[in-house]
Write a protein that binds this ligand. Sequence first.
Ligand code: BGC
Length: 715
Amino acid sequence: MNSSTRIDDLVQCMTLEEKLGQLNMLSAAGDSIRTSENAALVDAVRHGQAGSVLNLVGAQALKDTQDIALNETRLGIPLLFCFDVVHGYRTIFPIPLGEAASFDPDLWKRTAQCAAREASADGIGLTFAPMIDVCRDPRWGRIAEGPGEDQWLASIFARAKVEGFQGEDHDLQRADKLAATAKHIGAYGAVTAGRDYASVDISEHSLHDIYLPPFKAAVEAGVAAIMPAFVDLAGIPISAHRALLTALVREQWHFDGVYISDYHAIAELINHGIARDLTHAAALALHAGMDIDMMSYAYINHLPQALAQGLISQDEIDQAVRRVLTLKEKLGLFDNPYRLTPHTMPNEESRALAREAAQKSIVLLKNDANILPLSPTGGRCLIVNTREDITSDALGSWSGAGETHDVRDFETSLRAALPARDIRYITAPDQNHFDAVRKELNHAAVALIIVGEKREQSGEAASRAHPKLSEYETALIKIVREQNLPCIVMINSGRPLIIESAYDDADALLACWFLGIESGPALADVLTGRVDATGRLPISWPRAIGQIPIFYGQKPSGRPYNAQDVFTSKYIDESNQPAFVFGHGLSYTEFSLSDLSCTRHNDRINVEVRLKNIGAREGTQTLFLFLHHASTERARPYLQLRDFTKCTLKKDEEQLISFTLDEHHFAQYDDHDDVIFESGLYDIYVGTKADFNHLLSCQITIDRQLNILSFTPNT
Ligand code: BGC
């Protein structure tokens, strides 16, 4: 690692305690350091025993704390302030799983830029984001925090977020940039049975080909920090996984940033059963490559003993200290320790962005008889809301600096969007309201039912064995069905929810996630058709819990599904298909797809397809390109996402859409993280979702130079 003279000089004159202070990250509480809760933190800062602080909110609190570090410690090394700016700081955007549904990398970047501008205006230097854990198990509550089931999508999401937070030029000294943290490396999304903090045991191949690529993408994009997952991988806790953290990521991928432990994770090495005590835990983590200890007090209190016992070397401590100081230097903290730049938040611009992001995240799952969009005139619209805290729920998990009073609500927004319609809004949180709902239905022309999770039902420590609509919600939807009223069901959630009979009972269904502060206007925009419904699922929605884990990238079976043959891969009591597949999502118009072709052009393969808007209005379609390697030593999934694009077309308009493929689109990772590129026979699919009925296909044979040796259209 190259370090500056300033850092060399500092490291030379630091005592062991001062060095360990730099490796110690402490948590604060709230927006003032003058509370009794923060007394220990202030004391630690004053004695140079903290190098970074998390969870402190508000410019004044950060300034007060920084003053202590600068003026009352011997060396005056500035603190680094960190925060979980996961989907916005004060301007809260849709949760990441929702935002992923936009399939819009430019949007992903812009929302990260806005979050960085706001957080750094308050003095924050580093965010614990992006969370890029691929996850195929909706029982895991943290699925809400990431971009879904697909590694290609997650890699693009990772790059966009890192570039958004840090800026493409990586000049972190700019007042509107944040250092990003890719988290949580180590296949956290594959926890056993979707139970948070449980063990992970997956193949080397899945690790390298599915779970690690987004982290590699983040490293290639220059991410400043990485947070290892709480869990163990085949028995080795990631916080002590030297082969992963150092041998692979540092040495092979050339990651030169900082590893930050997860909260208390180093101390938990004792619970994992691999550390005897905190001294041993501290030594294992440091030796594995962990630079910063978040809230275990293992480094600050126990590394001196580990050093004395010869469990670690002075050089290992110094290297970690240099990395931390280098990050502070990159952020410009030695020259501009406060980073404060007054900024109004949210403001008109950030609200417009939040509205755009929310609009693009909503997924129209079902729309029988084109019941949506709602027409500007007609009988009464009855909104039945089943959740009492719907406004604060809109903020979703990890929205610590968000304010409920910033949220613009749905009822007001729909009234504004449909001034000529009679809108009636009731809250009906349980079955005691059935009669009231029935009465209201007598006067309604259409019912909009808001169901789903409360914000605390997804996120960290919110695994669910029953990720589905409640019996009450299902019964409520049935009541509307029985009255023969058009029924629109809006599902708020941080995960795919199993919807059982609502699948048939609702005329229209929308995945509304937790959409952030512009949730109301965005929902009104989509429901009234002011904008098209453009979101597409980044994650499969199961029909039944027994199907989990469910994802589109299935490998072939020796006994593929065959309805007529008992001994084939299927359930005897449920279909193999999800309720809604990856990529699913309807528009308010129809599109046709034709003329798939494949040519070689400038050492690349050009795939073209004709998209036409054959419906009644302008609309936006998302097209996915999947590959399947048909002749290979290792069986590959039937479909592997390799590109996606969006296209807006006017009524009757058509466009030739092209995808350009080079070697990296055909690349796979082997068990040792080596990239392999195999020549041979490939199926290429282009279409609107991961479902063969919605894909056009052709077959090509390529050689190692990407020459197309054969082409078979329309396979
Ligand atoms: C979570 C991390 C988060 C950290 C700090 C932990 O509990 O796992 O994702 O960044 O807390 O808030």
